[in-house]
Design a protein around this ligand. Structure first.
Ligand SMILES: [Zn+2]
Length: 234
C-alpha cells in the first residue's frame, strides 16, 4: 500500500519512469533500476592506451591521470545523459551524481577535492549551465569533499569533439584548451601540491578531454583521477 507522502509527491524513477520509493542516497532511482544499471564494475578503469603516443610533451614527470567510468553509455542511462546535456533537463543531475558517488565509493577513490571539466564561457552562455558542473556540485555533497570547479578554466573554444575524425584529432583539437584560474591558483598552489583531485565529466568517449583537462592540475603537482558517469569505451 502506498503511503500518503508517496501519493502526494511520488518520486519518478529517471530510468524506468515509474513511481518509486526512493533508496537512501539515490534520488529518483528505483531499487530495480539501480541494480540493473549497466555498471562497468571491473571494467571501470579505462585504459586510454597510446592516445598520447604522438605527444611526447604531454606529461611532465611522466605523471598520468587514472581514468574511470561508472557505467556503459547505453539504454535509458544514455537517454538521461542526453537529456541533461542537450535538453535542459537539469533535474537529471542529482540522480546521475548519485550514480557517480556510488562508483567513487565502490572504486575506493578517495579524493581531497573534486572539480568539473569546465565549459568554455561561450558554450556556457549558449547552454546556460555546465552539466559536468552540476554533477560535480551534487557529487561533492554526496562524498563530502570540496568542489573546486571554479578553479578550472576552458580557455580555448574548441571544435566539437564529436566532429573530430579520430582520437588523435580530438587530442590535437584540445591542446592547450584548459587552464587554471591564476588569480585563485596563487592562493591554492600549495593546496594542489600532492593533493588528489577527482575530475568529473558526464560522458567519456576517447578520454582525450579528461586527459587534457587533467594536465594543468598535474602541472601544479596534483594527483589526478577522472571519472565519468558513462562511457562507450570498450
Ligand atoms: Zn526504475
Amino acid at each position: 500500500m502506498k503511503i500518503l507522502s508517496e501519493i502526494l509527491s511520488p518520486n519518478i524513477c529517471v530510468i524506468c519512469q515509474r513511481p518509486c520509493v526512493e533508496i537512501p542516497d539515490h534520488p529518483c532511482l528505483c531499487r530495480r533500476c539501480l541494480q540493473t544499471l549497466p555498471w562497468r564494475a571491473d571494467r571501470s578503469r579505462i585504459e586510454i592506451g597510446d592516445i598520447t603516443a604522438n605527444r611526447p610533451d604531454f606529461y611532465r614527470n611522466n605523471k598520468k591521470a587514472d581514468i574511470f567510468a561508472a557505467c556503459d553509455y547505453e539504454g535509458r542511462l544514455r537517454r538521461c545523459l542526453i537529456d541533461l546535456k542537450f535538453y535542459g533537463r537539469t533535474g537529471m543531475a542529482r540522480p546521475l551524481a548519485a550514480i557517480l558517488a556510488r562508483a567513487i565509493r565502490c572504486l575506493r577513490i578517495d579524493p581531497d577535492a573534486i572539480a568539473a571539466v569546465p565549459l568554455h564561457s561561450t558554450r556556457l552562455k549558449e547552454r546556460g549551465y555546465n552539466q559536468a558542473g552540476l554533477l560535480a556540485a551534487y557529487c561533492a555533497d554526496l562524498i563530502t569533499r570540496p568542489d573546486i570547479s571554479e578553479l578550472m578554466l576552458r580557455v580555448k573554444n574548441t571544435e566539437r569533439q564529436s566532429e573530430q575524425a579520430d582520437r588523435f584529432a580530438r587530442m590535437d583539437n584540445l591542446q592547450g584548451a584548459f587552464s587554471l584560474d591564476l588569480t585563485k591558483t596563487r592562493q591554492l598552489e600549495n593546496l594542489l601540491l600532492h593533493r588528489h583531485i577527482l575530475l568529473i565529466d558526464d560522458v567519456l568517449t576517447t578520454g582525450a578531454t579528461m586527459m587534457e583537462a587533467a594536465r594543468p592540475l598535474l602541472e601544479q603537482g596534483a594527483v589526478v583521477s577522472c571519472i565519468a558517469v558513462a562511457s562507450d569505451h570498450p
